[in-house]
Design a protein around this ligand. Structure first.
Ligand code: SF4
Length: 317
């Protein structure tokens, strides 16, 4: 069986898990190619205006996958990945968005991933899905092995953590990046921002390098109503971890993202309160890199001046 997985959205977080799970069930995993102009154009043309850019791009990837002769399309219905928290509603409706946007859509595998009450529910959903391809013991074993794979992947990402003194570079800029992993890791969507920063010799740290307990510790200290959006909680926790440890913070947000519109406003307010240089990049269907690079250059210039003048320089220029 050939299972198609779009290279978009939570591919950038859970692919090690998904790949291991399906391969242990004897399936072949087929991933769409990297995002291109065509992927975005197709996604935009197939979807309604009100959707955010990452979901439009996701639909573009699905459309490309169909040409790869797949038997099933894997589009999980993710409601919650942590107790008493929610993922954005677009993830909950993703299988329906795909079904209604794509003609001749192959059969969709859409396990309901809902860990609001207990992570056991997530396990049950995957084992039930696995039993479509293999007997119960094999499906259970595939799930457990995949959880371990995912854990190893996340641990490796965290080894670059700023808590490790050997990772702190004193002679050049360290930039904290806030944003969904599907924006940060997709070079086409973020218009080469990460590539450009690396070429400018910046040391980049992202939310993926932080443990859940680090994020929860920082969020727990805030005098705010409990943040029940997982992505919003991660953004705020990462912001408070980064401030004081990095030279500046860049937030990468998607235009028309509901959760970002709230969280990024909070990040901006905290940046002013704690004098943290902060630059927000809002992404939509525009593809001109030049405007973005000019603004990044100006931001780095500001950070260099602050570093030289020992932060006597204002955070805003
Ligand atoms: S969190 Fe925002 S960017 Fe991500 S899918 Fe939801 S609306 Fe789109």
């Amino acid at each position: 069986m050939r299972i198609g997985i779009p290279r978009a959205l939570y591919y950038y977080r859970y692919f090690p898990f998904w790949q291991s799970f399906f391969e242990d069930l004897g399936c072949q995993v087929v991933v769409s190619d990297k995002t291109t102009r065509n992927t975005m154009d197709v996604g935009v043309s197939l979807t309604v205006d009100g959707l955010c850019l990452p979901v439009k791009v996701y639909v573009g990837h699905v459309s490309e996958l169909i040409d790869k002769d797949i038997d099933y399309l894997f589009v999980p219905r993710i409601i919650s990945t942590a107790k008493r928290e929610y993922i954005c509603p677009k993830f909950m409706g993703l299988p329906d968005i795909v079904k209604n946007s794509i003609k001749n859509c192959p059969p969709i595998l859409a396990p309901v991933v809902d860990g609001r009450v207990s992570s056991l529910n997530i396990m049950k959903a995957y084992v039930k899905l696995g039993m479509r391809f293999a007997p119960l013991p094999q499906a259970s074993f595939a799930y457990l092995k995949s959880v371990k794979k995912q854990h190893q992947y996340e641990t490796a990402a965290r080894e670059k953590n700023l808590n490790n003194p050997k990772n702190i570079v004193f002679d050049y800029l360290t930039i904290g990046i806030l944003g969904h992993e599907y924006l940060i890791n997709d070079d086409y969507i973020n218009m080469g921002t990460m590539r450009w920063l690396k070429a400018a010799n910046c040391r980049i740290v992202t939310m993926e390098e932080l443990t859940e307990s680090t994020i929860n510790r920082h969020v727990g200290k805030l005098k705010l109503k409990r943040m029940f959006w997982t992505s919003g909680k991660r953004l705020l926790g990462a912001f408070h971890h980064f401030r004081g440890r990095v030279d500046g913070i860049i937030s990468i947000a998607a235009f028309s993202c509901g959760t970002d519109s709230l969280t990024m406003d909070l990040v901006e307010r905290y940046s002013c309160r704690y004098h943290v240089p902060h630059f927000q990049l809002s992404l939509d269907e525009h593809t001109g890199e030049a405007g973005v690079i000019t603004r990044l250059e100006a931001f780095l210039e500001l950070l260099i001046r602050r570093k030289k003048l020992e932060a006597d320089h204002a955070a805003y220029g």
